[in-house]
Unconditional design. Structure first.
Length: 211
């Protein structure tokens, strides 16, 4: 005897409803996961951009304090920064420079790994180049602070010297702002365009950039 169509539909209705419910829950979970990933990408881009901007500012301020005033106060090696920098604004700039440099050094590999994971090779390569520039600027400041006059990284305020800071230091410092802007733009553009690796499996992270 044929089973009425309505009876078949009635029997299948609970299974259809369950399937629709499960499918909806799965789609919702995927949407929530993607949103969480996007929020994490925004967080990484924002934190990195802020840290770069603040550190770059205090790199310049610390350099001015050391080269324009600090080098004239003492010729001794290994001075305390309060001895090298007798003016309070220079001391405060130095303290902020060291504070943010510590944060930068303590997060270098983590940001490399996160940048590769969320934004890809191009963004990571740009970050590594910025890190190298900041490391060199740090060497200039250290050599000036400790009066390492024989060092190739030494800078001073002697306009006739090959170590004149306007040439040696700013030749590297000036392009840094553009590099940081380009990196920040790249990160935000990828998030906005949904090209930050959120739709693909996580990129492999090299051993030397593991968080």
């Amino acid at each position: 005897m044929a089973i009425p169509v309505l009876a078949l539909l009635g029997a299948a209705t609970p299974f259809i409803a369950q399937y629709i419910q499960m499918t909806g829950a799965r789609i919702q979970a995927q949407v929530e996961h993607r949103q969480q990933q996007r929020m994490k990408a925004y967080q990484i881009a924002d934190e990195l951009s802020q840290l770069m901007d603040v550190l770059a500012f205090f790199i310049t301020e610390a350099m001015f304090g050391v080269v324009l005033r600090g080098q004239e106060t003492s010729d001794g090696a290994l001075p305390h920064y309060k001895e090298r920098l007798p003016f309070e604004p220079d001391r405060l700039a130095w303290e902020k420079y060291r504070e943010h440099l510590f944060k930068w050094e303590g997060s270098k590999t983590r940001y490399r790994a996160q940048t590769l994971l969320y934004f890809g090779d191009e963004a990571q390569d740009a970050l590594i180049e910025i890190q190298k520039d900041i490391e060199q600027l740090k060497k200039y400041i250290d050599a000036a602070f400790f009066m390492r006059k024989e060092s190739e990284d030494y800078i001073d305020n002697d306009t006739s010297s090959k170590n004149y800071f306007h040439v040696k230091f700013f030749r590297l410092r000036r392009p840094l702002d553009e590099k940081m802007t380009n990196l920040s733009h790249l990160l935000l553009s990828q998030i906005q365009e949904r090209h930050s690796g959120l739709d693909t499996p996580a990129a492999a992270v090299d051993d030397d950039v593991a968080p």
